[in-house]
Design a protein around this ligand. Sequence first.
Ligand code: 5GP
Length: 205
Amino acid sequence: MSGQIHVISGPSGVGKSTIIEQLKERLPDLAYSISHTSRTPRFNETDGVHYNFVDKNRFKKMIDEGVFVEWAQVYNDLYGTSFTALHDQLNKGSDVLLDIDIQGAKSIKKHFPESCLIFILPPSFDILEKRLKHRSTEDDATIKVRIKDVHEELKAFERYDYLIINDDLKKAIEETISVIIACRSRTSRVLPHVRELFSLQGGDK
Ligand code: 5GP
């Protein structure tokens, strides 16, 4: 069976990174696509691990060279998923997890209709704002831009296949893992394999 794409989106401060860290531990066969970004690394980030950090000019050149399957401007920076990051894993039969924004998710669904889109929601705006301020990885100006964009971002949730409300981190992690496991067993994904197993022809019956 070929690999499947799982997309996780959600506003900054919603707890996505913590959930993803847990997914990496609990679902070790899930590959993770490392995006490129023009953003400067945070103090706790490593090039090639959290992102491939490139400057804006290099990023724009890569867009022209057709490196990205999807890319988007998020807040004031550019972010993109390279064809290589995705295809290498999918061709090996691995499922790939993408942590990308709502624009990226839309493009991925268009290219790969079988992809599974998961959106992580905060329990409320107030709680999200508090979490964002508390995490102190961004300066005040950046936090303001991000809070402003949250309202727009949240409107996109209806396009997603699954919604997880992170009001309790443990529960949100369990729900996300369950969704990924369920997506792996979708009939449309497993059908070709089952037909092969039982020597069945494709058809309506
Ligand atoms: P951060 O700067 O907090 O790491 O990420 C900001 C936003 O960019 C997050 O919503 C994240 O999901 C999104 N993002 C990260 N990588 C990509 C990517 O390759 N493509 C797109 N479209 N969004 C991305």
